[in-house]
Design a protein around this ligand. Structure first.
Ligand code: GLC
Ligand code: MG
Length: 630
């Protein structure tokens, strides 16, 4: 959740001539040819329908996960909002693309303050998305196509409209009071009209269990100040005063998202029941939301301030006492134990924007926590830098838990990769480069809907059009996350084929005219067909599917290159992360690789399938090569 809001949009300073593009074959003494003519195609490699499907134990090691933001994927009933039947109607598309599992962001009943991440019932479907029967049908239809369904498990907080919270809030004596985090205000000891007897201020109680049921020690005073300086990720104090029971409750995110108290065993039991509910309906696992936020310092110590202010105007703060407390790992082990009671090797993916590889590695536990902690460090490099990517890929490849890496570049919380990694001139070329990086490395890739088309971030231009509340709180510095949640671009007609309504919930971006499934499927050199080809290669090339990964040419400042090896098969991947043509040589003897030639499996820009010499590989600006070493 390392949300990067500063969109990279520097066009100036990059005066590279487009004529340099496609120079790989020129330099190799060949005539440039039309992109489609010699690009190694999926025709020479079995397509996803016929090839290997991840099945059985550790299926998730070979799978490609695709994140669906259900509001924006496909509308089936013309209300301008995507829904479950819409997703079901697009399963063939996902299957043909080569997707093995979909992670669907929350579709549970919700007041929608955080667009579904404020859940008011964990075991139901919000009517805007359909019914439980629609959901069951989605799982069944997906299964027919070898696609698994991963649900979002939002564990840190509920909606303030969840019945648990309504009860908790109703009185200090309510049995669910301690399901959430209630505390007295600081210095809340001034007598009130209702308290004629009180003459001497009491000291704020931080002894015992403040906020525990029946603790009425401060109920008669004025509210005082928030218990400490903890800040919400979404701006301002993380404490909200509740007048009825005269205490503050804690919310890491919006005020309408009170944090559950994970120190209460009843919360564990209730949330385990949620896992059971969905596992019994045939889901393949969970993406666990915001896990680093589950626990807070019991002593309520103040966080340290850092220099400067954030987009909300608050002082910057280090979330030391509210993030990554060690107790998180006990919960992850518990979640794993619960899902492991079900067949099919259920998978757990975590959203955890860990600060370094050590913290990320802890998420694997001793193979008893999550199998796929998302790697936010790689997602958020935010510049095309061969040394930085090499370092991070090397680190996670050698993680001490021997855990499977999980890579992604875009999701529903941050500007799309096209905008963060593009240079404004070669963005399509860079989109393909990023596709190679994501789909040829050893790990489980996680795509975000529309990434395969080169969808762009399209932010609102007026505050009155903003949906995501942080865009209103933080405008104009923080415009919210609407920009990366725009409707899927199926075609150039109407509302991009997303809805029959005149007005989808978010506007269809102008880029739809060119970047859409219909148009791009017909263009062999499109971003879409790059993804399709690479997804097919991942299944058919054993080295890409199962092989080890090892960096080569480690001093190269511009080209990130690595080998994937499985048995006798070796594949070399070389990515030119610079805007200039680069010529590189590979000496692979020391890596135990025999062979002097490269048989291209994929080149970008599209190039010849003829063999290349390892001694001289010419890469176009932002060019990529995936080749078997022969
Ligand atoms: C996660 C979600 C994000 C949401 C937040 C609070 O980070 O990805 O969309 O706003 O949790 O639930
Ligand atoms: Mg709809």
């Amino acid at each position: 959740m390392h949300w990067t809001r500063s969109v990279v949009s520097t066009i100036a300073g990059c005066a590279l001539s487009l004529s340099l593009v496609a120079s790989a074959h020129k330099a190799a003494g060949q005539t440039p040819i039309a992109p489609s003519a010699t690009q190694p195609t999926s025709a020479t490699h079995p397509t996803s329908q016929t090839a290997f499907q991840p099945t059985g134990q550790e299926w998730w090691k070979h799978a490609v996960i695709y994140e669906i933001y259900p509001r924006s994927f496909q509308d089936s009933d013309g209300d301008g909002i995507g829904d479950i039947k819409g997703i079901t109607s697009r399963l063939d598309y996902l299957h043909d693309l080569g997707i093995d599992a979909i992670w669907i962001t929350p579709m549970y009943p919700s007041p929608g303050v955080d667009y579904g991440y404020d859940i008011s019932d964990y075991t139901a479907i919000d009517p805007v998305y359909g019914t439980m029967a629609d959901f069951d049908n989605l799982v069944a239809e997906a299964k027919k196509r070898d696609i698994r369904v991963i649900m979002d498990y939002v564990i840190n907080h509920t909606s303030d409209q969840h019945k648990w919270f309504l009860e908790s809030r109703s009185s200090r004596a309510n049995p669910k009071r301690d399901w959430y985090i209630w505390r007295d205000g600081k210095g809340e000891n001034h007598p009130t009209d209702k308290d004629p007897s009180a003459g001497t201020p009491k000291t704020a109680t931080s002894k015992g269990t403040p906020g525990a049921p029946n603790d009425r020690s401060s109920s008669l005073g004025r509210k005082g100040q928030p218990p400490n300086n903890w800040q919400s990720w979404f701006g301002h104090s993380a404490w909200h005063w509740d007048d009825k029971t005269r205490q503050y409750y804690y919310h890491y995110f919006y005020v309408e998202q009170p944090d559950l108290n994970w120190r209460n065993p009843e919360v564990h039991a209730a949330m385990d029941g949620v896992l059971d509910f969905w596992m019994k309906r045939g889901v393949a696992g969970f993406r666990i939301d915001a896990v680093s936020r589950l626990f807070e310092d019991p002593n309520l110590r103040n966080d340290l301030y850092l220099p400067g202010r954030n987009a909300y105007g608050d002082r910057n703060i280090q979330h030391k006492y509210t993030d990554d407390l060690p107790e998180v790992h006990d919960v992850l082990k518990e979640v794993r134990r619960v899902v492991d009671r079900y067949p099919g090797d259920p998978v757990l993916v975590t959203e955890a924007d860990e600060p370094n590889v050590e913290a990320l590695t802890r998420m694997y536990g001793k193979n008893d926590e999550v199998q796929l902690p998302m790697d936010f460090q790689i997602a958020d490099v935010n510049e095309l830098s061969a040394p930085r990517f090499r370092k991070l890929f090397n680190e996670i490849e050698h993680n001490s838990a021997h855990g499977q890496p999980e890579y992604f570049f875009s999701n529903h919380d941050q500007p799309r990769q096209w905008d963060r990694y593009g240079d404004g001139v070669h963005n399509d070329q860079i989109a393909k480069l990023m596709a190679v990086l994501e789909l040829t490395t050893r790990g489980t890739p996680q795509m975000y809907y529309g990434e395969e088309l080169g969808m762009r971030t399209t932010e609102p231009t007026r505050i009155e059009d903003v949906h995501d509340p942080i865009g209103k709180i933080g405008w104009p510095k923080e415009k919210g996350r609407d920009g990366e949640r725009t409707p899927m671009q199926w075609s150039s007609s109407g509302e991009a084929g997303f809805t029959t309504a005149n007005k989808p919930w978010l506007p269809v971006p102008p880029s739809t005219s060119r970047y859409n499934v219909e148009a791009e499927s017909k263009d062999p050199d499109s971003i879409f067909n790059t993804y399709k080809r690479l997804l097919a290669l991942r299944r058919t090339e054993p080295a890409l599917r199962d092989g080890s990964q090892e960096s080569v040419n480690e001093d190269d400042l511009n080209v990130f290159a690595f080998l994937r090896k499985s048995g006798d098969a070796t594949v070399l991947v070389a990515l030119n992360m610079s805007g200039r043509e680069r010529t590189v040589a590979f000496h692979l003897d020391s890596k135990g690789v025999r062979g002097t030639n490269l048989a291209p499996l994929y080149t970008s820009p599209a190039g010849s399938a003829d063999a290349l010499s390892l001694d001289r590989v010419v890469l176009a600006p932002f060019g990529a090569l995936v080749a078997a070493v022969r």
